[in-house]
Design a protein around this ligand. Structure first.
Ligand SMILES: [Zn+2]
Length: 278
């Protein structure tokens, strides 16, 4: 009789020991963060009850010095993958095409008109809002898109009562660029080249580079040229040339991702604090 009681106790303890395992199963994340790979039933299970945010990478296809023409969408796409888990966000399919009329003349470039781009991006934002995301984070890699993204963000946020943040990563991280390279960056300069070199080193071609491929940006309204005279554009004269240093690239990559994630966390925290669209 005594033996049986002890067995019962052991069984009971055994059951309690298993509890955390079952409890843990309940809070397991989705099988993927990529909306392209996620099944609709799983999406329904997680959004918005457990996942409130979506990252939307947008870019352009245009010349970038001695690096890939898709840099402006490759960078935010990789960034989204790097920070999605930390932000508990899903990743929407990348919009690879953007507005780049001044670079259209270069081989391999494709520019979308404002008349086509603006309604298209608004439809994407509305679609994500209809899917009940509370925070839509646009990770933008291309300066030519910025004005249209901001306009679309304002319109759709007010229309659909959804929070939208546009992050222009190269501008946000200018302090990181200063910290890592000791100088300012540029279009296809040290900053963008390093970020891509950290992930796709085989597609960076230092052997094709010469300093004459770079032009300092115009100061204010000093000049404007179409096509732009070179695909490397330095934010400051004499600064921002690519360094092609893999170690520096890896360091820059980590610091940029951290800075972008911190900004997004901060903005969402402030939205929550203000109880907007809750
Ligand atoms: Zn770029």
């Amino acid at each position: 009789m005594k033996y049986k009681k002890e067995s019962l106790l052991i069984i009971l303890i055994g059951c309690f020991l298993w509890l955390p395992v079952f409890a843990e199963k309940k809070v397991e994340g989705p099988t993927t963060r990529d909306m392209n790979l996620m099944n609709w039933q799983e999406f329904q299970r997680f959004v918005p009850e457990q996942i409130e945010s979506v990252l939307l990478p947008v870019g352009s296809i245009e010349p970038h010095g001695v690096m890939p023409s898709g840099t402006d969408s490759l960078a935010p796409e990789v960034m989204a993958r790097e920070i999605a888990l930390r932000l508990n966000a899903l990743i929407a399919p990348t919009l690879n095409y953007g507005v780049t009329p001044a670079m259209q003349a270069y081989p391999g470039a494709v520019s979308i008109t404002e008349e086509a781009y603006s309604p298209f991006i608004k439809n994407i934002l509305k679609g994500l809002a209809d899917n009940r995301f509370i925070n839509i984070i646009i990770l933008n890699g291309h300066g030519g898109n910025t004005a249209f993204l901001q306009k679309a963000a304002a319109e759709i946020s007010n229309l659909c009562r959804v929070r939208i943040l546009v992050v222009n990563w190269w501008a946000l991280t200018s302090e990181v660029t200063q910290e890592v390279f000791g100088e300012d960056g540029g279009h296809a300069g040290n900053n963008e080249t390093a970020y891509i070199q950290a992930v796709y080193p085989e597609h960076i071609h230092p052997e094709w580079f010469d300093r004459e491929m770079a032009t300092p940006n115009a100061k204010g309204s000093a000049w404007y040229a179409v096509p732009v005279p070179s695909s490397i554009l330095l934010y400051e004269k004499g600064q921002g040339y690519p360094t092609f240093d893999k170690k520096q690239a890896d360091q820059y990559f980590q610091k940029v991702n951290k800075r972008v994630a911190e900004l997004i966390e901060d903005i969402i925290r402030k939205w929550d604090k203000a109880k907007l669209y809750r």
